[in-house]
Design a binder for this molecule. Structure first.
Ligand SMILES: Cc1cc2nc3c(=O)[nH]c(=O)nc-3n(C[C@H](O)[C@H](O)[C@H](O)COP(=O)(O)OP(=O)(O)OC[C@H]3O[C@@H](n4cnc5c(N)ncnc54)[C@H](O)[C@@H]3O)c2cc1C
Length: 243
């Protein structure tokens, strides 16, 4: 895929719906969009009637050459931008977006036969979902495994789509931190160094690892991966902020 240069575009909201109790899936039509790789993000810029502007980054849940792009935004209570995107944006509204951005945190089919391990915390699933979907749509035989940490079953983004991706090339491991389904094998609780090690492709297989989520989650996971013997050169991270 050729490198696409980032530019400002006008995007129109064409559809949106609740993704979870706190998050919204937003589909945008961007006629000038050059397409994007799986894992890219963009900047959204909002302008108030008095000219005040605020911009934030959002990963793109979709990938490929199309001009329709999908975002999934989780509300950060008391945040400046995310509550507006989750509650106030309406079909037909126009917003400015700058992108595609992020050439480092992307997955594309490659000659590297090593497995790919994706690790998401909360809304950090967005770029990893794009990677898993792009992988499923490709002929790439690389085994993919996704470890996804969420508070409860109600907080799973892309739940139906993820379920349909599961096959002999894609394994999904869900970890519930606060409430697990009745039939869950594991009691709810945060990931630990040991539980992470048990649920990811072992270091000896030298997987490529993509980690995304709130900054404290990403930093904890990256540290545990290094302790478990994973090479820093094989780990790519994207931090969504928060402390
Ligand atoms: C590359 C990139 C991609 C991102 N993709 C997504 C995405 O796909 N979906 C998504 O929902 N968010 C994503 N984010 C986070 C997003 O950019 C905003 O930070 C988030 O929506 C909060 O913005 P806000 O204006 O509502 O909060 P702000 O007004 O910026 O912050 C309010 C308070 O919340 C804290 N905070 C900020 N961000 C977070 C966070 N992510 N988690 C917890 N606390 C936070 C701040 O420290 C501050 O105390 C991404 C961030 C980056 C850097």
């Amino acid at each position: 895929m050729t490198t696409r240069s980032a530019a400002w575009h006008t995007a129109t909201v064409v559809a949106s719906r609740a993704e979870t109790a706190t998050a919204r899936r937003i589909e945008l039509d961007v006629p000038t969009w050059p397409g994007n790789e799986a894992g890219s993000h963009l900047d959204v810029r909002l302008t108030a009637p008095d000219g005040y502007q605020a911009s934030r980054s959002y990963s793109i849940a979709s990938a490929g050459p199309g001009t329709r792009i999908v975002l999934a935004v989780d509300e950060v209570p008391d945040g400046e931008v995310s509550p507006f995107l989750v509650h106030d944006l309406r079909d037909g509204d126009r917003i400015e977006v700058h992108g595609p951005l992020g050439a480092f945190f992307v997955w594309r089919p490659s000659d590297d036969p090593a497995p790919v391990q994706l690790i998401a915390g909360g809304s950090g699933i967005v770029p990893l979902f794009a990677m898993a979907s792009a992988h499923a749509a490709s002929a790439d035989e690389t085994p993919f495994r996704l470890l996804y940490s969420v508070r409860s079953p109600d907080d799973v983004f892309f739940a139906d789509e993820l379920a349909t991706l599961i096959d002999d090339r894609f394994v999904l491991d869900l970890v519930y931190t606060r409430r697990a389904p009745a039939d869950a094998e594991r009691a709810p609780g945060r990931l630990t160094s040991d539980s992470l090690r048990a649920a990811v492709v072992p270091a000896e297989q030298q997987p490529r690892v993509f980690v995304c989520g709130p900054t404290p989650f990403v930093e904890a996971v990256a540290g545990w991966l290094l302790e478990a013997g994973h090479s820093s050169a094989r780990i790519r991270t994207e931090r969504f902020g928060g402390s």
